[in-house]
Write a protein that binds this ligand. Structure first.
Ligand code: P6P
Length: 332
């Protein structure tokens, strides 16, 4: 039986594989680990304290903020800011980027972090899984206050780390620094994450498709044809339809079992719903690191040069052969 390894040990052991890292990326990953534990504690007692229900405000997307959204946003910002490693943060919950002035009032942190602190939060009140999604880039400007266009609007292929936390039946942290994908499960009794899913590879094909079929009539023709293809009685089809309505949960299941997740553009959401910088990019990076494929209509997501920090895009990711089949329908 292989030695039980904690996330902390794993980060240290793999530090030498981080390009140009002088330990700061390890410190950043450890700060995200700490915040994940704090959010996990609150999420898991949400039903017990008066912390669920709207905080009365709306976020950058105009969506009702859940109190846990606010809590998660605050905890991740605090954890990242306290470490003097990042010079700026983009959060789904905040209109503009957050510049971090270090302990000596200089913004010289080497990295920028982009995050959805609590994705799927509308599921909190019904006790369905929710998640945190994060993406890390090296800053482009040398020092000082980060510049949106240069430091935050980088193409996803330049990410140096990305990951997600899923607060589910167990809490897991899954991430990549460009050398494969590894999953760690939290032992809540002692507050440590243990390596439980080493070197995750998404199966080349699968029989699960995840899409909100309630929007079917609004989808592009190619997507409609693909959904009908999934439902045909032929070969290994019909596939199974599974849609939790929480990206991290639907994504994580497809990662382990194989499958495809679709959030198309539609006549209702002309650019789609999911955000490029802190949902599509990190999930696309992890998908490719696990051997899968992630596209937006007819292009690789990681090649897209963002135009604004809350940009939305059509989002398709999962098993390579399923994505390629979808592409054949999108092209016609
Ligand atoms: P719909 C949650 O709001 C989210 O951003 C993702 O977590 C989820 O996959 C998607 O939106 C669900 O959207 O329109 O199907 O309810």
């Amino acid at each position: 039986m292989s030695k039980i390894k904690t996330l902390g040990e794993f980060i240290i052991e793999n530090q030498s594989s981080f390009p140009y890292s002088t330990g700061e990326l390890s410190k950043l990953l450890n700060s995200l680990r700490l915040a994940a534990k704090m959010v996990n504690h609150e999420v898991n007692k949400a039903g017990l304290v008066d912390i669920i229900g709207g905080a009365g405000d709306v976020n950058a997307q105009g969506e009702d903020q859940q109190k846990l959204d606010v809590f998660a946003n605050d905890k991740f910002i605090q954890a990242i800011t306290n470490r003097d490693i990042a010079c700026g943060i983009v959060s789904e919950e905040v209109d503009d980027f957050i510049a971090i002035s270090g302990s000596n009032e200089s913004n010289n942190g080497k990295y920028v972090v982009l995050m959805d602190p609590l994705d799927g939060s509308s599921n909190i009140d019904v006790n369905a899984s929710v998640g945190t999604i994060f993406s890390v880039f090296r800053r482009i400007t040398p020092v000082g206050t980060p510049v949106e266009l240069k430091d935050f609007l980088q193409p996803g292929k330049d990410q140096i780390a990305a990951g997600y936390v899923i607060y589910g039946t167990s809490t897991m942290l899954v991430y990549s620094t460009g050398d494969g994908v590894n999953g760690f499960t939290l032992n809540p009794a002692i507050g440590s994450f243990y390596l439980s899913h080493p070197d995750i590879k998404i199966p080349k094909t699968g029989n699960i498709y995840s899409v909100n079929e309630g929007n079917y009539t609004h989808f592009p023709q190619g997507v409609k044809k693909y959904i009908k293809y999934c439902q045909q009685e032929e070969d290994e089809r019909p596939y199974t339809s599974r849609y939790i309505g929480s990206l991290v949960s639907d994504f994580h299941r497809n990662m382990l079992k194989g499958g495809i997740y679709l959030y198309p553009n539609s006549t209702k959401n002309k650019e789609g719903k999911l955000r490029l910088l802190y949902e599509a990019n990190p999930m696309a990076y992890i998908t490719e690191q696990a051997g899968g494929k992630a596209i937006s209509s007819n292009q690789r997501i990681l090649d897209i040069v963002p135009s604004n920090i809350h940009q939305r895009i059509p989002f398709y990711c999962g098993s390579t052969e399923m994505i390629e089949k979808l592409e054949s329908f999108l092209k016609n």
